[in-house]
Write a protein that binds this ligand. Structure first.
Ligand SMILES: [Zn+2]
Ligand SMILES: [Zn+2]
Length: 241
């Protein structure tokens, strides 16, 4: 599991016939107060847990799981991981956290066709994604995660409760599925998505200085060109109305 900085580890997603989101571990290892960002696709829990252990991180130091959003490719293996670290809290933006607590799975599957496909592929039953959320994020929080300070930014559009995490001093952005490498952006046709909101969210991220982009899928970028996110937003602007 590659180390990005002293406070950020990267667990690459292991895509199958469906994408498995990347996961990140944030915090100073000595703090014993680490945070896992996103879980991943169903059946990828043991891979994620093993990756953490291989990096020499004790599972007991993972205190919480923070979701960038709750699509299946990010939350699919949350229950598998929670079984291994049952003490870990779950932090989600309130708009998707409320859905999880109600067992409303529209925010997980995104569309009905997908629900049927995934439920039969993985043998998932209705109600598989009902979770108690320990902390509902609003956006605007500054979180001290094991000695590492991250700003929470609400960036709806790809999903209603998408958040980005920004580490200002090292200019690292974890944008979930809102923006990727190669000037790509997240889809905006699923439940709770909205093109105009995605445009606003991209513009908002475009105001940040970002050197390292750690998205939910595909390549991570360690030497992001200046103005990259804003340029991406502008390229997509006319499609996002
Ligand atoms: Zn997504
Ligand atoms: Zn995703």
């Amino acid at each position: 599991m590659p180390k990005i900085t002293e406070e950020v580890y990267y667990i690459p997603g292991q895509d199958e016939f469906m994408p498995d989101s990347h996961a990140y571990v944030l915090g100073k290892p000595s703090s014993q107060n680490l945070s896992l960002i996103d879980a991943g696709l169903t059946r990828k829990g043991s891979y994620k847990i093993q990756s953490i252990q291989k990096a020499g991180i004790e599972l007991s130091s993972i205190k919480r799981i923070i979701m960038t959003h709750t699509h299946l490719d990010h939350i699919g293996c949350l229950a598998e991981i929670s079984k291994e670290i049952p003490w870990a809290e779950l932090w989600v933006h309130h708009l998707e956290g409320d859905l999880l607590e109600q067992g409303d799975e529209r925010g997980v599957y995104g569309m009905d066709m997908f629900r049927g496909l995934c439920q039969s592929q993985f043998g998932l039953k209705p109600g598989a994604f009902k979770f108690q959320v320990n902390r509902k994020l609003q956006g605007g929080e500054t979180l001290d995660l094991g000695g590492s300070v991250w700003e929470v930014i609400h960036i709806p559009g790809h999903s209603m409760g998408s958040i980005g995490l920004y580490h200002r001093s090292t200019k690292i952005l974890i944008p979930g599925d809102v923006v990727y490498a190669d000037y790509a952006i997240g889809r905006f046709d699923l439940y709770g998505a909205k093109a105009s909101q995605l445009k606003e969210s991209l513009m908002r991220l475009g105001e940040l200085e970002v050197d390292i982009l750690l998205p939910g899928h595909n390549q991570i970028v360690k030497d992001l060109p200046k103005g990259y996110v804003l340029k991406t937003a502008r390229q997509w602007e006319s499609y996002l109305t």
